[in-house]
Design a protein around this ligand. Structure first.
Ligand SMILES: C[S@@+](CC[C@H](N)C(=O)[O-])C[C@H]1O[C@@H](n2cnc3c(N)ncnc32)[C@H](O)[C@@H]1O
Length: 223
């Protein structure tokens, strides 16, 4: 085999020479005559290569399913940090018997913890896989009478009965949610956010280290 000025001269089946990839190929017979020519071969994939491609594709699909789909509706998936969640629950106490919502409830970490603290808790989540998983978690933890997951867009949820709303969302959807909580939630009720703040609304509680921010819904001024 010779590789010369972009041409690859070989005397056997061209496809068996991965180093000819992208080159013009001249196939030469034993008596020296050019018997065939073709262009721009790509290297054949070995069995190992095919397996690697299949595994990589499956990993991308699984990763996208677990983490990625939420961004289609307003926020990608990431669980709230454990220390920050402890602080969020502490700020919202007492939770016993109160109506608590987690908007964008993911795999149910906040829902389960709020349920353990005695709250009547509802998680709103769009992703069917996360809905299924968190409903199973609720069953497993024995919280079925107290915790529920609704498959619904959080922007369509009725927040009028909520005492506490937990959120861990992205800035764009937080902006839409700000108007909604101010319009729908009862005066005196609480929004506790992890990581992102509401723009142009001073938090009533703020822990910059744990990135926890709490907002009390103000009394409505008569029109
Ligand atoms: C950052 S995760 C927070 C998960 C959970 N609250 C926690 O802290 O562990 C945001 C979640 O919101 C969900 N989500 C995003 N936009 C949504 C929407 N418009 N309606 C319902 N769920 C949404 C995503 O699927 C994702 O599971």
């Amino acid at each position: 085999m010779h590789n010369y000025f972009g041409y690859c001269f070989i005397d056997r089946e061209a496809a068996s020479f991965p180093s000819c990839a992208g080159l013009h190929v001249e196939t030469i017979s034993v008596d020296g005559r050019k018997s065939r020519s073709s262009k721009f071969l790509t290297p054949p994939l070995s069995t190992g290569g095919i397996i690697a491609v299949v595994i990589a594709s499956a990993a991308i699909v699984i990763l996208f399913t677990i983490i990625g789909t939420g961004f289609l509706w307003g926020a990608g998936y990431e669980p709230v940090d454990r220390k920050s969640l402890k602080k969020m629950l502490e700020i919202a106490e007492p939770l016993e018997g109160r109506q608590v919502y987690d908007l964008g409830s993911g795999y149910g970490r906040i829902v389960v913890e709020a349920g353990r603290h005695g709250a009547a808790v509802t998680g709103f989540e769009m992703d069917p896989l996360k809905v299924w998983w968190s409903r199973r978690a609720i069953q497993r933890k024995g919280l079925a009478g107290r915790a529920t997951i609704v498959r619904e867009n959080l922007l369509a949820a009725d927040l009028s009965r909520a005492d506490v709303v937990f959120v861990f969302l992205w800035p764009g959807i937080m902006e839409k949610l700000k108007a909604k909580v101010l319009q729908e939630m009862k005066p005196g009720s609480l929004v506790v956010s992890y990581y992102h703040m509401f723009k142009n609304w001073k938090a009533d509680f703020q822990d910059d280290k744990l990135e926890v921010y709490a907002y009390r819904i103000p009394a409505r001024t008569p029109a």
